[in-house]
Design a protein around this ligand. Structure first.
Ligand code: NAD
Ligand code: DAU
Length: 349
């Protein structure tokens, strides 16, 4: 892991991952390709923008000529694909772009990487790749669908995605699998549960509720608010991805989660308490169509086989997260104008 192509690095998890690597590895070169959609934000990376180990390129992962040019110039040995349309609610109203970016974008990256990494790219029967190269697909627990009151997602749980977003991510996982099976491509897939932490776009539950508390706006809880997610602090996800890059067995899928199941309403109340507001702000709004009731990850494989474990408890992670948003008001204020306001009006009207 020396020359890394990080895609979608101006988004929430990608930018945290770039900070994570630059803090820990001296001998590394990172190229971040990001289209800077509404979710991409270079403010997330201002502290590293002059770092010699880091280069930003604005572009689309589905632009083959650009990806090809970057591979030729930088000779990547590692690709970590974060780039995606990531918000379930947006996928319900505008699914097309989810299929284009999440599925076709992934296939473009895989195809260009295959061409550059295969020892004999013209021999269709050859399965030999350069030493030490790896493509890592950042996937999600949502590909497994929804759980009832009990049970956990393991890597063997059949894929049963329920939203256009999760269907696009599951499709991408199948494309990654096909490149491993058909061509012998060195890949891993990670499937993580819900992340929280700094730099998360405030269309997602936690930053949206923090921002609305600070602005004394209503807190829109979908349905009864008893849907359960398994929350993980973003730095723990970054550590898990790094562990899989370094130790993951080629071709394997690793679930990532912190055994932290919480109902949405519990989270909203915790944010209310920590921002000194009252529960009068809570408004139960119409539920998300096809809303998955519960997600929960069995992380036995990555913890026992690769030795990864979350470092943050939910309490320490949430305290740090709320403190970060309180002390970065200007970061939030810049986002919650323009496009965000029209999205918000349309979504919660
Ligand atoms: P995000 O929406 O915050 O960031 C996505 C980034 O991808 C943005 O910077 C955006 O500009 C960029 N992008 C979008 N389309 C692009 C394209 N065609 N070419 C290049 N860049 C493009 O998303 P996130 O929450 O940081 O999620 C990152 C990845 O992790 C996604 O693949 C998501 O499916 C996965 N994931 C997210 C979570 C979570 O809780 N947020 C959990 C598990 C997995
Ligand atoms: O599980 C991993 C997934 O987590 C990732 O793959 C996705 O990219 C990421 O967006 C996230 O998906 P969710 O749909 O779980 O996250 P979101 O923050 O949108 O919603 C979390 C829960 O909170 C969900 O049950 C819906 C609910 N919710 C969300 C919003 C934005 C509300 O009740 N009100 C809201 O306003």
């Amino acid at each position: 892991m020396k020359n890394i192509l990080v895609t979608g690095g101006a988004g929430f998890i990608g930018s945290n991952f770039i900070h994570y690597l630059l803090k820990r590895y001296d001998d590394i070169n990172i190229v971040n390709i990001d289209l800077l959609t509404y979710a991409g934000n270079l403010d997330n990376l201002v502290e590293v923008s002059d770092d010699k180990r880091y280069t930003f390129v604005r572009g689309d992962i589905h632009d083959r000529a650009l990806v090809e040019e970057l591979f030729q110039k930088y000779e990547f040995d590692t690709v970590v694909n974060f780039a995606a349309e990531s918000h379930v609610d947006r996928s319900i109203t505008d699914p097309d772009i989810f299929l284009i970016t999440n599925v076709l974008g992934t296939q473009t990256l895989l195809d260009v990487a295959k061409k550059h990494w295969k020892l004999d790219p013209d021999d269709k029967y050859s399965r030999e790749f350069k030493e030490g190269v790896k493509y890592l697909q950042v996937s999600t627990d949502e590909v497994y669908g929804a759980l009832g009151a009990t049970g956990l997602f393991t890597e063997k749980t059949p894929l049963a995605p329920n939203s256009p977003y999760s269907a696009s991510k599951a499709s991408a996982d199948f494309v990654v699998r096909a490149y491993a099976q058909t061509y012998g491509m060195p890949v891993n897939i990670t499937r993580c549960s819900n992340n929280y932490g700094p730099y998360q776009f405030p269309e997602k539950l936690i930053p949206l509720m923090i921002n609305n508390c600070l602005a004394e706006k209503n807190l829109p809880v979908y349905g009864d608010g008893m849907q359960i997610r398994d929350w993980l602090y973003v730095e723990d996800h970054c550590a898990a991805i790094t562990t899989v890059l370094e130790k993951g067995v080629l071709g394997e899928v690793y679930n990532v989660g912190g055994n932290n199941e919480k109902a949405n309403i519990e989270i909203v109340k915790l944010i209310i308490d920590n921002t000194g507001k009252t529960e009068d702000l809570i408004v139960h709004v119409k539920d998300r169509p096809g809303h998955d009731r519960r997600y929960a990850i069995d992380n036995t494989k990555i913890t026992t086989e690769l030795g990864w474990a979350p470092a943050y408890t939910f309490e320490t992670g949430m305290a740090q997260t709320i403190e970060w948003y309180l002390s970065h008001k200007e970061w939030m204020d810049k986002i919650v104008s323009g496009e965000y306001m029209s999205y918000y009006e349309k979504m919660y009207k």
